[in-house]
Design a protein around this ligand. Sequence first.
Ligand code: AMP
Ligand code: FE
Ligand code: FE
Ligand code: ZN
Length: 290
Amino acid sequence: MGETVERVQKGGGADSAQPRADLHVHTNHSDGAHSPTEIVRRAHAVGLRVISITDHDNVAGLDEAIAWGNRIGVEVIPGVELSIALGDKDVHLLAYFFDYTSRKLLDYLTFFRVERLRRAERIVAKLNKINIPLTMDAVLDQAGVGAVGRPHIASAMVEEGLIETYHEAFLKYIGTGAPAYEKKYQLNPEEAIALIQCAGGLTFLAHPGKYTTDAELFSLIKAGVDGIEVVHPSHNDAREQYYRGVVNQYFLLESGGSDFHGGKKNDADVFGAYTVPMHVVENMRSRLFA
Ligand code: AMP
Ligand code: FE
Ligand code: FE
Ligand code: ZN
């Protein structure tokens, strides 16, 4: 809590004189609670100049967000969050500034979403086998138009009274190694980076402080990520400085944002509190058009 307050003063909410950007935001097109329009409205309300909508495996919220942003003066950068396999680990990549109408990219994203649906069905079947009577309908009610993920399963379990808290779902049932865990289909780092490059975009390692070791971080730099997400709620000041140092040492780009989802994640306080200055966005643009 103390850290958030400090960041609001340090970073840029409504009181900040300098324009700021939040380059990691989810909508109801993945596991976020709010519509793209609602997100853009909130961004405007907290004084953000630029946001990127980074739904998991989905770009369907972008048109609405961009259109609404144009109306009220918030720039929306096309984004997406992809999951890749690094050894046994599920690592997240953020991509920005790609052509979100690229046929190849759209086909891949559709494929990932179908795979997510099949995996949700396997998780529900595993839960049923251990006498947790969750239905796919309850999960799909949570997912709505969004790409189905474990957060929807966790929320459905709470909603159906099968568990007390959202986190309990991951701890006892669907977290890595738990009884109803199921892997998701993933590209390897090189494939994911190439996919985004083909669509003209930049790729960033998302929230390395969450669960990425230094060895994994450096293997992703070698694989060709353009940058690292330096500012994220899971990074304390020391982590942030460390990743900024790596970015500078390897001539990479920096990114950052709140990873705001809303709803059951109880993360409302992060929106507007984890931001980057505009030169971070300008550096990305110069790398693209160099
Ligand atoms: P999925 O992409 O369907 O595998 O879901 C991954 C998402 O589940 C992550 O982005 C987190 O939001 C959430 N998640 C994963 N592990 C945990 C955990 N142990 N506790 C709470 N949320 C988690
Ligand atoms: Fe998410
Ligand atoms: Fe993530
Ligand atoms: Zn995210």
